[in-house]
Design a protein around this ligand. Structure first.
Ligand SMILES: C[S@@+](CC[C@H](N)C(=O)[O-])C[C@H]1O[C@@H](n2cnc3c(N)ncnc32)[C@H](O)[C@@H]1O
Length: 262
Protein backbone atom coordinates (compact mmCIF):
# COMPACT_ATOMS: atom_id res chain seq x y z
CA UNK A 1 0.00 0.00 0.00
CA UNK A 2 1.28 3.43 -0.99
CA UNK A 3 0.33 6.42 1.15
CA UNK A 4 0.71 9.95 -0.18
CA UNK A 5 -0.87 13.41 -0.08
CA UNK A 6 -2.64 15.71 -2.50
CA UNK A 7 -0.46 17.89 -4.75
CA UNK A 8 -0.19 20.88 -2.39
CA UNK A 9 -0.27 19.28 1.04
CA UNK A 10 -0.24 21.08 4.34
CA UNK A 11 2.35 19.97 6.91
CA UNK A 12 -0.44 18.26 8.79
CA UNK A 13 -1.53 16.26 5.72
CA UNK A 14 2.09 15.16 5.12
CA UNK A 15 2.50 14.13 8.76
CA UNK A 16 -0.80 12.26 8.60
CA UNK A 17 0.27 10.36 5.46
CA UNK A 18 3.54 9.33 7.14
CA UNK A 19 1.73 8.19 10.28
CA UNK A 20 -0.81 6.19 8.25
CA UNK A 21 1.97 4.49 6.27
CA UNK A 22 3.49 3.37 9.58
CA UNK A 23 0.13 2.27 10.98
CA UNK A 24 -0.82 0.29 7.88
CA UNK A 25 2.60 -1.18 7.14
CA UNK A 26 2.59 0.77 3.88
CA UNK A 27 5.10 3.04 2.20
CA UNK A 28 4.94 6.84 2.32
CA UNK A 29 5.83 8.45 -1.01
CA UNK A 30 6.01 12.26 -1.39
CA UNK A 31 3.44 13.27 -4.00
CA UNK A 32 5.29 15.91 -5.99
CA UNK A 33 3.44 16.34 -9.28
CA UNK A 34 3.00 12.64 -9.95
CA UNK A 35 -0.31 11.07 -10.91
CA UNK A 36 -1.65 8.29 -8.72
CA UNK A 37 -1.73 5.97 -11.74
CA UNK A 38 2.02 6.45 -12.15
CA UNK A 39 2.54 5.51 -8.46
CA UNK A 40 0.53 2.33 -8.97
CA UNK A 41 2.69 1.37 -11.95
CA UNK A 42 6.02 2.36 -10.38
CA UNK A 43 5.40 0.59 -7.07
CA UNK A 44 3.29 -2.24 -8.52
CA UNK A 45 0.54 -1.32 -6.06
CA UNK A 46 -3.20 -1.66 -6.62
CA UNK A 47 -4.14 0.83 -3.90
CA UNK A 48 -3.03 4.34 -3.02
CA UNK A 49 -4.29 6.06 0.12
CA UNK A 50 -4.30 9.85 -0.16
CA UNK A 51 -4.63 12.43 2.62
CA UNK A 52 -6.22 15.80 1.90
CA UNK A 53 -8.38 18.62 3.20
CA UNK A 54 -11.53 16.50 2.75
CA UNK A 55 -10.19 13.46 4.59
CA UNK A 56 -8.75 10.21 3.28
CA UNK A 57 -9.38 8.70 -0.15
CA UNK A 58 -8.45 5.21 -1.26
CA UNK A 59 -7.76 5.02 -4.99
CA UNK A 60 -7.71 1.61 -6.64
CA UNK A 61 -6.18 0.39 -9.88
CA UNK A 62 -9.55 -0.53 -11.40
CA UNK A 63 -10.22 3.19 -11.77
CA UNK A 64 -13.54 3.14 -9.89
CA UNK A 65 -14.54 6.08 -7.72
CA UNK A 66 -12.15 6.40 -4.78
CA UNK A 67 -13.43 5.12 -1.46
CA UNK A 68 -13.93 7.85 1.12
CA UNK A 69 -15.92 8.18 4.30
CA UNK A 70 -19.46 9.48 3.93
CA UNK A 71 -22.53 8.92 6.10
CA UNK A 72 -24.66 8.29 2.99
CA UNK A 73 -28.22 7.10 3.60
CA UNK A 74 -27.56 7.04 7.34
CA UNK A 75 -27.59 10.84 7.33
CA UNK A 76 -31.05 10.79 5.76
CA UNK A 77 -32.17 8.26 8.38
CA UNK A 78 -30.79 10.40 11.24
CA UNK A 79 -32.56 13.49 9.84
CA UNK A 80 -35.80 11.50 9.78
CA UNK A 81 -35.27 10.33 13.36
CA UNK A 82 -34.78 13.95 14.42
CA UNK A 83 -38.17 14.72 12.92
CA UNK A 84 -39.73 11.89 14.89
CA UNK A 85 -40.04 9.41 12.01
CA UNK A 86 -39.46 5.67 12.38
CA UNK A 87 -36.46 3.67 11.26
CA UNK A 88 -36.63 -0.11 10.70
CA UNK A 89 -33.35 -0.85 12.50
CA UNK A 90 -34.33 1.33 15.47
CA UNK A 91 -37.67 -0.45 15.72
CA UNK A 92 -36.39 -3.99 15.26
CA UNK A 93 -33.46 -3.58 17.64
CA UNK A 94 -35.57 -1.67 20.17
CA UNK A 95 -32.64 0.71 20.78
CA UNK A 96 -33.45 3.44 23.30
CA UNK A 97 -31.58 6.27 25.00
CA UNK A 98 -28.80 5.07 27.26
CA UNK A 99 -28.34 1.69 25.53
CA UNK A 100 -25.00 0.12 24.78
CA UNK A 101 -24.61 -1.33 21.30
CA UNK A 102 -21.86 -3.45 19.80
CA UNK A 103 -21.83 -3.09 16.00
CA UNK A 104 -19.74 -6.08 14.89
CA UNK A 105 -19.44 -5.00 11.24
CA UNK A 106 -18.72 -1.28 11.08
CA UNK A 107 -18.10 -0.74 7.36
CA UNK A 108 -18.79 2.96 6.80
CA UNK A 109 -20.47 3.00 10.22
CA UNK A 110 -23.83 4.07 8.77
CA UNK A 111 -25.85 1.83 11.06
CA UNK A 112 -23.56 2.78 13.96
CA UNK A 113 -24.44 6.41 13.26
CA UNK A 114 -28.16 5.61 13.49
CA UNK A 115 -27.62 3.58 16.68
CA UNK A 116 -25.47 6.34 18.19
CA UNK A 117 -28.08 8.99 17.49
CA UNK A 118 -30.90 6.80 18.85
CA UNK A 119 -28.96 5.81 21.99
CA UNK A 120 -28.16 9.46 22.66
CA UNK A 121 -25.39 11.02 24.76
CA UNK A 122 -25.94 8.54 27.60
CA UNK A 123 -25.62 5.59 25.20
CA UNK A 124 -22.53 3.87 23.93
CA UNK A 125 -21.72 2.44 20.48
CA UNK A 126 -18.61 0.36 19.94
CA UNK A 127 -18.09 -0.49 16.26
CA UNK A 128 -15.68 -3.19 15.07
CA UNK A 129 -13.96 -3.26 11.70
CA UNK A 130 -11.46 -5.97 10.82
CA UNK A 131 -9.92 -4.33 7.73
CA UNK A 132 -7.11 -1.90 8.59
CA UNK A 133 -7.51 0.52 5.66
CA UNK A 134 -11.26 0.77 6.06
CA UNK A 135 -10.81 1.23 9.80
CA UNK A 136 -8.41 4.14 9.19
CA UNK A 137 -10.64 5.86 6.60
CA UNK A 138 -13.77 5.57 8.75
CA UNK A 139 -11.97 6.56 11.97
CA UNK A 140 -10.80 9.81 10.34
CA UNK A 141 -14.28 10.40 8.86
CA UNK A 142 -16.03 9.93 12.21
CA UNK A 143 -13.56 12.34 13.77
CA UNK A 144 -13.90 15.15 11.22
CA UNK A 145 -17.07 14.86 9.08
CA UNK A 146 -19.53 17.73 9.57
CA UNK A 147 -23.21 17.15 8.96
CA UNK A 148 -24.26 20.72 9.75
CA UNK A 149 -26.19 19.45 12.78
CA UNK A 150 -24.61 19.65 16.23
CA UNK A 151 -26.46 16.62 17.63
CA UNK A 152 -25.71 14.48 14.56
CA UNK A 153 -22.02 15.45 14.66
CA UNK A 154 -21.93 14.53 18.35
CA UNK A 155 -23.45 11.14 17.53
CA UNK A 156 -20.68 10.52 14.94
CA UNK A 157 -17.94 11.58 17.41
CA UNK A 158 -19.30 9.27 20.12
CA UNK A 159 -18.87 6.09 18.03
CA UNK A 160 -15.88 4.14 19.34
CA UNK A 161 -14.37 2.46 16.28
CA UNK A 162 -12.05 -0.43 17.05
CA UNK A 163 -9.97 -2.44 14.63
CA UNK A 164 -10.79 -6.02 15.56
CA UNK A 165 -12.22 -9.28 14.32
CA UNK A 166 -15.65 -9.55 15.90
CA UNK A 167 -15.43 -13.23 16.93
CA UNK A 168 -12.23 -12.52 18.86
CA UNK A 169 -13.53 -9.29 20.35
CA UNK A 170 -16.83 -10.86 21.44
CA UNK A 171 -15.01 -13.72 23.14
CA UNK A 172 -13.10 -11.15 25.26
CA UNK A 173 -16.31 -9.56 26.64
CA UNK A 174 -18.16 -10.64 29.80
CA UNK A 175 -21.62 -12.15 29.44
CA UNK A 176 -24.63 -9.80 29.45
CA UNK A 177 -22.36 -6.81 28.91
CA UNK A 178 -24.10 -4.89 26.06
CA UNK A 179 -27.78 -4.37 25.29
CA UNK A 180 -27.68 -4.99 21.53
CA UNK A 181 -25.23 -6.89 19.33
CA UNK A 182 -25.54 -6.15 15.62
CA UNK A 183 -24.20 -7.90 12.50
CA UNK A 184 -24.35 -6.61 8.92
CA UNK A 185 -21.84 -8.79 7.06
CA UNK A 186 -21.16 -8.37 3.35
CA UNK A 187 -24.22 -9.98 1.76
CA UNK A 188 -23.86 -13.50 0.42
CA UNK A 189 -25.96 -12.31 -2.52
CA UNK A 190 -25.17 -8.65 -3.27
CA UNK A 191 -28.20 -6.39 -3.60
CA UNK A 192 -27.28 -4.62 -6.78
CA UNK A 193 -30.12 -2.13 -6.74
CA UNK A 194 -28.67 -0.79 -3.49
CA UNK A 195 -25.21 0.30 -4.52
CA UNK A 196 -24.17 1.88 -1.22
CA UNK A 197 -22.00 -1.13 -0.33
CA UNK A 198 -20.43 -1.32 -3.81
CA UNK A 199 -17.37 0.84 -2.99
CA UNK A 200 -16.59 -1.51 -0.09
CA UNK A 201 -16.19 -4.56 -2.30
CA UNK A 202 -12.52 -5.40 -2.65
CA UNK A 203 -11.69 -3.60 0.61
CA UNK A 204 -14.14 -5.21 3.02
CA UNK A 205 -13.89 -8.59 4.72
CA UNK A 206 -16.24 -10.84 2.72
CA UNK A 207 -16.33 -13.73 5.23
CA UNK A 208 -19.72 -15.19 6.13
CA UNK A 209 -20.90 -14.79 9.70
CA UNK A 210 -19.73 -17.75 11.78
CA UNK A 211 -21.70 -19.86 14.24
CA UNK A 212 -18.99 -19.10 16.77
CA UNK A 213 -19.55 -15.33 16.48
CA UNK A 214 -23.32 -15.76 16.86
CA UNK A 215 -22.83 -18.01 19.91
CA UNK A 216 -20.59 -15.39 21.51
CA UNK A 217 -23.04 -12.62 20.61
CA UNK A 218 -25.86 -14.47 22.42
CA UNK A 219 -23.66 -14.71 25.49
CA UNK A 220 -22.66 -11.03 25.42
CA UNK A 221 -26.07 -9.50 24.56
CA UNK A 222 -28.49 -8.55 27.33
CA UNK A 223 -31.52 -8.10 25.06
CA UNK A 224 -31.12 -8.90 21.38
CA UNK A 225 -28.79 -9.95 18.58
CA UNK A 226 -29.74 -8.49 15.19
CA UNK A 227 -28.61 -9.64 11.74
CA UNK A 228 -29.15 -7.73 8.50
CA UNK A 229 -29.00 -9.88 5.36
CA UNK A 230 -30.52 -10.48 2.00
CA UNK A 231 -33.87 -12.17 2.64
CA UNK A 232 -33.03 -14.90 0.09
CA UNK A 233 -29.59 -15.68 1.52
CA UNK A 234 -30.59 -18.55 3.82
CA UNK A 235 -28.39 -16.97 6.51
CA UNK A 236 -31.22 -16.42 9.02
CA UNK A 237 -32.10 -20.12 8.99
CA UNK A 238 -28.46 -21.25 8.99
CA UNK A 239 -27.59 -19.12 12.02
CA UNK A 240 -30.80 -19.46 14.04
CA UNK A 241 -32.29 -15.97 13.64
CA UNK A 242 -36.02 -15.29 13.50
CA UNK A 243 -36.72 -13.49 10.29
CA UNK A 244 -38.44 -10.11 10.43
CA UNK A 245 -40.56 -9.56 7.34
CA UNK A 246 -39.10 -6.84 5.12
CA UNK A 247 -41.11 -4.27 3.25
CA UNK A 248 -42.40 -5.89 0.06
CA UNK A 249 -40.08 -3.86 -2.11
CA UNK A 250 -36.87 -4.56 -0.22
CA UNK A 251 -34.44 -7.45 -0.60
CA UNK A 252 -32.89 -6.42 2.71
CA UNK A 253 -34.23 -8.18 5.77
CA UNK A 254 -33.48 -8.37 9.46
CA UNK A 255 -33.37 -11.35 11.76
CA UNK A 256 -33.35 -11.31 15.54
CA UNK A 257 -32.39 -13.55 18.41
CA UNK A 258 -34.11 -12.31 21.57
CA UNK A 259 -31.94 -13.18 24.51
CA UNK A 260 -33.50 -14.57 27.67
CA UNK A 261 -32.02 -13.13 30.86
CA UNK A 262 -29.43 -15.57 32.03
C1 LIG B 1 -21.82 -4.57 4.82
S1 LIG B 1 -20.51 -3.78 5.66
C2 LIG B 1 -21.32 -2.98 7.02
C3 LIG B 1 -22.01 -1.71 6.65
C4 LIG B 1 -22.49 -0.92 7.84
N1 LIG B 1 -23.55 -1.59 8.56
C5 LIG B 1 -22.93 0.46 7.43
O1 LIG B 1 -24.10 0.80 7.66
O2 LIG B 1 -22.09 1.24 6.94
C6 LIG B 1 -19.67 -5.09 6.52
C7 LIG B 1 -18.38 -4.66 7.16
O3 LIG B 1 -18.01 -5.62 8.17
C8 LIG B 1 -16.63 -5.87 8.10
N2 LIG B 1 -16.39 -7.22 8.65
C9 LIG B 1 -16.68 -8.41 8.07
N3 LIG B 1 -16.32 -9.43 8.87
C10 LIG B 1 -15.82 -8.88 10.00
C11 LIG B 1 -15.27 -9.43 11.22
N4 LIG B 1 -15.16 -10.76 11.40
N5 LIG B 1 -14.86 -8.58 12.17
C12 LIG B 1 -14.96 -7.22 11.99
N6 LIG B 1 -15.44 -6.65 10.86
C13 LIG B 1 -15.87 -7.46 9.87
C14 LIG B 1 -16.31 -5.77 6.63
O4 LIG B 1 -14.94 -5.52 6.40
C15 LIG B 1 -17.22 -4.62 6.19
O5 LIG B 1 -16.56 -3.38 6.30
Amino acid sequence: MIVTTGMKPTDEETAQAKALARELGGRYVPRGNATLASFMRRYDSKQVLVTGPDGLRLHTADGDQPLRYHPGMALVRVKRLREGARDPLVEISGVRPGDSILDCTAGLAGDSFVFSFAAGPAGRVVALESEPVLHAIVREGLRTYRTGMVDADAALRRIELIRADHAEYLSSLPKNSVDIVYFDPMFRIPVYESSSMEPLRGVANPAPLSHEAVREARRVARRVVVLKENRDSGEFERLGFTWVKPKKTSAVAYGVIRVEHH
